[in-house]
Write a new protein. Sequence first.
Lengths: 269, 327
Amino acid sequence: MSTMTAKAASPPSSRVGVGATIQQTATLAWRSLVQIKHNPWELLDLSIQPIMFLLLFTYVFGGAISGSTGDYLQFALPGLLVQNALFYTLSTAIGLNSDITKGVFDRLRSLPISRTAPLAGRVIADTFKQIWAFALLVGFGAVLGFRVQTDLLGVLGALALLVVVSLAMAWMSVLIGLIASSPEKVQMISFSAMMPLTFTSSALVPADTFPAWLKTWSDLNPVTHLADAIRGMMIGGEVASPALVSLLWAAGFALVFAPIAINVFRTRI
Amino acid sequence: MRYAIQAEGLVKHYGATKALDGVDLEVRQGRLLGVLGPNGAGKTTAVRILATLLRPDKGTATVAGFDLFREAHKVRSLIGLTGQYASVDEMLTGTENLVMIGRLLGLSRPEAKRRAAELLDRFSLTEAGGRAAKTFSGGMRRRLDLAASLIGRPEVLFLDEPTTGLDPRSRTELWDVVRGLMADGVTVLLTTQYLEEADQLADDIVVFDHGKVIASGSSDQLKARAGSQVLEVRPIDESRLDVVSKVVGDVLDTVPEVVSGKVTASVHDPAVVPAIVRRLDDLGVVASELSLRKPSLDEVFLTLTGHRAEQEADDSDKAEAKSTATV
């Protein structure tokens, strides 16, 4: 004990270096991921919903929508990937909010660490979870009969696009996490936003049968473009245009929500 | 002597609510300042400001010799915060919580583990170290909280209501821990709703009410400031309480309190006591207890603020129920 007299954080410096920031971010990402080790249920939690959606949509709606469950699975799996990724961005909000309401965030902010590390650590951990959910859905889908029509590059491209868009969406999630009064509220707000957004798109059904007004909206809906792009990359079809529109939407999201979230972060917390 | 905490004119408003309305605080190095006050008096706001979590609307402050606003980062490297709000991650084990903080403070993995083990041992948490913090009892959680804030060997420690909601035994244990820290030379700012806690631990006490410091000094000075002593008389025969009350009232020219078989009254001039004793003797009243004592901090608080410390409940159950509602 006496051999370790050096103060952990001395000499005090006024800035956090890049190396330290990365190390702190990694520590905080570890903190979010190590919970899975103690609570494997969390991983199950993370996995059950996508699998349930996959099974329900394929076997309940599949035949009615596409004539056969196999055809529908082929169409819907990319859409389900999108839906799941968007839903999952909300876990950032829930985790952040629970840190704030429980006081963990205050402890982190009272430490001489990079101001961005707590946010960045959480977002990076959530990105790992996104990748897990993606692999799980594609793997389980393959068991049920889903076949990638393109190649590995297409699949990796789809994953990359989903991660990028999710990171942009995470800003909105951060904002919700900062302003909501409890994690339960976050869940409610997000659910009532995400559900209609993903269902009024071409993610899960072809938009052809929508009434005209809904079709107009669906064509605008960023989820439609994202689903079309992912579909293109996994089973073939147009990629460039929907991918570009998706990225523009993502940029727009980040441009609008990042400054607001950062401002709220600075002033309210 | 150097001041570890020095704050001047701190003001923080939330809309129309004045959480802090011009507060000055000074804590000398190595001392423990008790900030005493009821819920909503502004104690937590003051701690949050001094721990760099909140910017005041007005005022200046230095903590551990550094300007709170211009050198916040340096301040953070020298303080520790434990309390109602700063908390541990419930999903992580005790050890992981401490290792995480150690790593964030730049310790290597083995160093962080060693420091965690050392602190778990010091706070009798070694056995529970491998369990998730959510399984900890209230007292264990507070100790883990405290351990977490000590990883960086802070010079200044903020303890925001560290014993609120704890059972009496855990509270006493935590007091011992705090005394140990003071022996190490750490400067402590402790907020509390418990008058007894301030009395037990604090070198100096400031009393907050409605965002202002309404009194400060040592526990003895504050008791003296209430300006009187307290006379208590308990007759052997409880049926004579009325007589005792009348005698005390007549001599002191006040209306004494009659509670649980005792007559209690403020005395400004101790010289009147013999007169009371004589008159009681004349009336044949035998007292089983007759004492003149300094007022308790509770009574001081009442004198200073005109109202009782709301949260000061006689039984800790009541205090616990209230505090859990506010957490």
